[in-house]
Design a protein around this ligand. Structure first.
Ligand code: M6R
Length: 587
C-alpha cells in the first residue's frame, strides 16, 4: 500500500529509484514520483498514473540521493498535485500510511495556510520545516512525535546529503550497500542491490548516508537492528515468457505447495510444541487469506475435532474476543503486513493469547508479533490477486491440522506433493476459454459449492470480481433457493464446484434449479457420475481425481485461470486491478 524507495550514494540515484519503484507497483499505482537532491537543490518529477509515465523526465533529476513513491490513494484523489514526493522549503518527503490527526495539526500549526494538495501527508513536510533548526534529525523526531497514525516516512533535507527514515505501523526496510545505502517498503525493490537488510521497528528513525546507516529508537537512543539476508531474488521478479505475473504465479502453484511442505517438515518440531494443549482455534485474515482459513477450519475440525471459528481480521479485532490459554489464533497473511491482521494478532497477544502466523513473508510485522510461524513458501507474489499464496496457505493449514491431531505429517506431505503434480498437469491442459467467454459476456457470475467446494467458490468469486470487475457472489449451493435464485436468468453464469461424492446429489439439485431458470451453468468436477449425468447439458470442466481434502487445490487452479482469462477478454490488466493494491497496510 504505497511503495517507497530511497537511496543515497549512487550517481544518477533518481534513475535507479525510478527502476526500483517499478518493482513496487503492486503496492499502488494511482500516481508516481521521484525527487533527487543535488547541491542543496531538489529536482522533482511526479504525476498521476504509473511509474513509467515519469520516464522522460528522470534524466533531469540530478544528484546521488533520491527518493520515490508509487501511490495507492487514501486521502485525496489520484492526481498530479496529490502525487508524492511533497517538496516544500528545506524538505522533500514520501509517505506511506495515514496521518489520522492531519486536520488537527493543520488547525494547530497552519491555520489559514493554503495547502498545495489534498493529502494528509503534506502536513508532515510542513511540520518538518516548522520544526527545522539546522538539525534535520531533530526536525524529523519532533514531526513524528506530533503525528497520530501510521507512517513509513522518508525525508530528504536540502542541508543534509542523505536520507532520514521514520517508521510506525507501516513497513520499511533499510539496505546496506557498498558506498550506497537504501531504504524501501519491501525487499523486491532491493533485489540484487544489497545482500543485507534490516527491518525497522515501530518508532525507529534511521539516518542513511553513503558511508553508514545509524538507527535510533523513539528516544533517539542508538539501537542495533539485526542484519538479515535480503530474501528477494532477481530471478523471482522476472516475468520470463509469461505476459503477466498472475499467469506466472498460477504456473508456480505446484512449487508453492511442494516448497511449503518442505519448509513445514523443517519447522515441524517447533510448531508442534506450540499446538500442545490447544482446545479451540480462531482463524483470522483478510480476503484470500480469510478464504484459505475457511478451508483450514474444515481440516482442523475433521482431523482434530477441535472447534474453529473463522473471522475476517477487520471484524475480529473490534469484537472484544474471548481468548484463553487453550485457544490458538491462527493469523494468515501472504504479506504479513495487512494492518487488520497484524492488529488482530497484537490484540490477541495483549489478551494473553497465542498467535500462530501462517505467512509468505519471513521478516514481516506479523512474524514479529506471532509466537510461532508456519512458513508458506510461495515465493514473491507480485500480482495483486493472490494465487500461489492461497494454495501454499492451504498446504500449510493441512499439515498444521495433521500436526494438531497427531497424524502422519510426512504422509500428508506426500499427498500434497502428489496433488501438486496433478495441479501441474491441470494447468498444462486446462482449456477454460469457452467459460471465460461466457463470463465476460455475462451480467454476473455465481460460484457455488458445498463444504470445501463452497470455500473455493468464495475464493473464485473474489478472484473474478477483483480482476474482471464483473459482479460476482460465492455462496453455499444449498442457499441458492433462499434468495439468490431470484438473480438467475439467461444473462448470468453459475460455476458449480462438485468434488464430494456424498454431497454431489445435493449440488446437482442446485444445477437443475439454475437450468430451469435458463441460467448458464458450468460444473467443475472430478466425479465421473456427475459428468455422465450432466453431459450435453452444461459446460463441464473436469479436474483430476484426488484426496477429497486436497481437491480444493485443483479447483482453485480452475477458478484462478478462469478469472485470469476473463480479465484478459475484457481488456483489463489482471496484475493491477483498479482501486486495489497488494499489501493493505492501512485500515
Ligand atoms: O497479504 P495478505 O494475505 O494479508 O492480504 C490479504 C488480502 O488483502 C488479499 O488476500 C486480497 O484479498 C487479494 N488481493 C485477493 O486476491
Amino acid at each position: 500500500m504505497c511503495g517507497i524507495v530511497g537511496m543515497t550514494g549512487e550517481r544518477g540515484a533518481a534513475g535507479s529509484v525510478y527502476e526500483r519503484l517499478k518493482l513496487l507497483e503492486y503496492r499502488g499505482y494511482d500516481s508516481a514520483g521521484v525527487a533527487s537532491l543535488d547541491g542543496g537543490k531538489f529536482f522533482v518529477s511526479k504525476r498521476r498514473g504509473r511509474v513509467y509515465s515519469l520516464g522522460g523526465e528522470i534524466k533531469h533529476l540530478h544528484g546521488h540521493t533520491a527518493i520515490g513513491h508509487t501511490r495507492w490513494a487514501t486521502h485525496g484523489k489520484p492526481c498530479d498535485e496529490n502525487a508524492h514526493p511533497h517538496v516544500l522549503g528545506k524538505f522533500a518527503i514520501v509517505h506511506n500510511g495515514i496521518i489520522e490527526n492531519y486536520a488537527e495539526l493543520q488547525e494547530k500549526y497552519f491555520k489559514g495556510v493554503q495547502f498545495n494538495s489534498e493529502t494528509d501527508s503534506e502536513v508532515a513536510v510542513r511540520l518538518l520545516n516548522y520544526f527545522y533548526d539546522k538539525d534535520p534529525l531533530t526536525a524529523v523526531k519532533k514531526t513524528v512525535d506530533e503525528i497520530a497514525g501510521s507512517y513509513a516516512l522518508v525525508v530528504m533535507c536540502a542541508d543534509f546529503d542523505g536520507i532520514i527514515v521514520a517508521k510506525n505501523k507501516n513497513p520499511v526496510i533499510i539496505g546496506y550497500g557498498n558506498g550506497v545505502n537504501y531504504c524501501a517498503s519491501d525487499a523486491p525493490a532491493l533485489a540484487g542491490l544489497c545482500d543485507d537488510i534490516s527491518v525497522l521497528s515501530d518508532g525507529d528513525i534511521a539516518v542513511l548516508t553513503d558511508k553508514k546507516i545509524e538507527v535510533y529508537d523513539g528516544n533517539l537512543e542508538p539501537v542495533m537492528r539485526e542484519k538479515l539476508k535480503n530474501p528477494a531474488l532477481c530471478a523471482e521478479l522476472d516475468l520470463g515468457s509469461c505476459p503477466h505475473y498472475m499467469l506466472k504465479e498460477i504456473n508456480e502453484v505446484p512449487t508453492s505447495i511442494t516448497k511449503t511442505c518442505q519448509a513445514f517438515i523443517c519447522t515441524y518440531d517447533n510448531i508442534k510444541s506450540y499446538l500442545s494443549g490447544i482446545k479451540r482455534i480462531i482463524i483470522t485474515g483478510c480476503g484470500t487469506a480469510y478464504n484459505s482459513g475457511l478451508i483450514g477450519k474444515r481440516y482442523f475440525e475433521s482431523f482434530a475435532r477441535v472447534p474453529v471459528e473463522v473471522e475476517t481480521a477487520g471484524e475480529f479485532r473490534y469484537k472484544n474476543p474471548v481468548i484463553d490459554k487453550k485457544t490458538a489464533v491462527i493469523a494468515i497473511s501472504q504479506s504479513g503486513e495487512t494492518a487488520d491482521t497484524v492488529e488482530a494478532a497484537k490484540l490477541v497477544k495483549s489478551l494473553g493469547g497465542k498467535v500462530i502466523a501462517v505467512t509468505n513473508s519471513p521478516y514481516s510485522e506479523l512474524t514479529r508479533v506471532a509466537d510461532a510461524v508456519v512458513p508458506v513458501e510461495a515465493g514473491q507474489e507480485i500480482c495483486v490477486a493472490a494465487t500461489k499464496s492461497y494454495t501454499g496457505q492451504i498446504a500449510a493449514l493441512y499439515l498444521l491440522a495433521l500436526t494438531l491431531c497427531g497424524g502422519d505429517v510426512e504422509a500428508g506431505a506426500k499427498k500434497l506433493v502428489a496433488a501438486s503434480e496433478l495441479c501441474f498437469q491441470l494447468i498444462q491442459r486446462l482449456d477454460i476459454c469457452t467459460l471465460a467467454d461466457a463470463c465476460a459476456r455475462s451480467d454476473g457470475v455465481f460460484f457455488l459449492g458445498r463444504d470445501l467446494d463452497c470455500a473455493v467458490a468464495t475464493e473464485g468469486s473474489l478472484k473474478l470480481k477483483e480482476i474482471s470487475y464483473i459482479p460476482s457472489e460465492g455462496y453455499p449451493a444449498g442457499e441458492l433457493k433462499h434468495g439468490t435464485l431470484a438473480l438467475i436468468d439467461i444473462r448470468t453464469v453459475s460455476v458449480v464446484i462438485i468434488t464430494d461424492e456424498y454431497l454431489a446429489p445435493k449440488s446437482l439439485n442446485a444445477v437443475e434449479q439454475i437450468l430451469s431458470r435458463k441460467g448458464k451453468v458450468a460444473v467443475v468436477t472430478n466425479i465421473k457420475d456427475v459428468t455422465k449425468k450432466l453431459d450435453g447439458k452444461v459446460n463441464i470442466i473436469e479436474i483430476p481425481d484426488c484426496d477429497k481434502y486436497l481437491s480444493p487445490l485443483l479447483s482453485a487452479v480452475v477458478v484462478q485461470l478462469l478469472a485470469y482469462k476473463t480479465s484478459l477478454l475484457l481488456g483489463r490488466d489482471p496484475d493491477k486491478p483498479r482501486n486495489l493494491a497488494k499489501s493493505v497496510t492501512v485500515e
